[in-house]
Design a protein around this ligand. Sequence first.
Ligand SMILES: NC(=O)c1ccc[n+]([C@@H]2O[C@H](COP(=O)([O-])OP(=O)(O)OC[C@H]3O[C@@H](n4cnc5c(N)ncnc54)[C@H](O)[C@@H]3O)[C@@H](O)[C@H]2O)c1
Length: 358
Amino acid sequence: MTSQPQATRAFTDEKLGVGILGAGPVTQAIHLPSLARLRNILEVRHIMDVDASVAESVAARVGATHSTSMEALLGDPAVDIVAICSPHQFHADQVIAACKAGKKAVLCEKPFAMNADEAARISAVSQETGVPIIVGAMHTFDPGWLAAEQNWGDLPEKAHTLRSSIVLPPNARFEDFATEIITRPASGTPDYSDAEVIKNMMRGGIMGLAIHDLPLVRRFTPDFEDIEVLQARHVRLFGYVISLRTGTRTIELRAAMNQTWKPEWTFEAISDNEALRIEFTPSYVHAGSAVATFTRGGETVSYGPFDHNGYEGEWRELAELARGTKQPPSAQTLIDDLTFALVIADATVDSVAAGAHA
Ligand SMILES: NC(=O)c1ccc[n+]([C@@H]2O[C@H](COP(=O)([O-])OP(=O)(O)OC[C@H]3O[C@@H](n4cnc5c(N)ncnc54)[C@H](O)[C@@H]3O)[C@@H](O)[C@H]2O)c1
């Protein structure tokens, strides 16, 4: 074994400590593998879960302290960055507590709030404390998306059609892990004739699944405040087809779990003379980045795959934010992304309700 060069030693001595609230599948299958690849800059130091046995066993895998109390983790001086990976209903309060504890940066898994009131409270605390917050919308940190951003020129102003399409397999475990359905009935077959069930599934689909790519859609929709739902349909087993429009854009959001199995996750932005298509890897997959392809006239140019995806991208960004080497994203951007999702969720649920009474 070779000894470490001095320069590396100095750098690793400045590792940033990570504390994680909630140690379920996302922590175990997404964040710990991503952090393992970044152990020269980040070190998992504290794992908290309300289930003591989960906290203990997950912490043991990474040699971290464990606890069942958020206060213990936030009071741990070894923790510089807090990741919130608990169920969605706890996110807003935990983000606020982490900011108030004076941590250097906060990652909140999506959705970071479930209503406008929570979003406003987060915004106020973020301004008051100045602690940088990022939301785990991993596609916005994917090098394939970032390469598209570098090369898309005026496409965000000129695009007239936007599509987010998500196809995932029906296997229950993969489905639950990969799609974050947040309002699925606990067991059994849902009663598809019950409008309330459908409304809940549609809201869950938007706030749990579509929300991954709504920040992407919003970048290409300057008049997003004028959004209108043209059609919203639930697709069995679980999925949706939602058509939206603004004054200048048509937007299609589709998700399906069906027997085709082959996962596909794409985002497209199309103008009169240009098309951008981005193919993302499915959730939980650590196999390189998205690939972005531009078609202009007869010419096709692709960017990627790069060596890492948005999950690792999030952690690289957090390290820079915690070190102060990068400007934090404005809290307003996060609030606007959330508001965009909430507006679509509310309008979709209203549209489903109107359809049920037609
Ligand atoms: N970015 C992605 O690709 C992706 C994918 C799936 C889920 N998610 C999001 O990640 C989050 C976690 O997902 P999951 O599937 O691991 O969730 P989960 O509900 O299966 O597990 C979360 C863990 O949090 C623990 N917990 C419950 N209440 C808690 C509290 N108050 N404080 C701390 N821990 C608590 C539970 O015991 C459990 O171990 C969710 O917000 C989900 O929306 C993101």
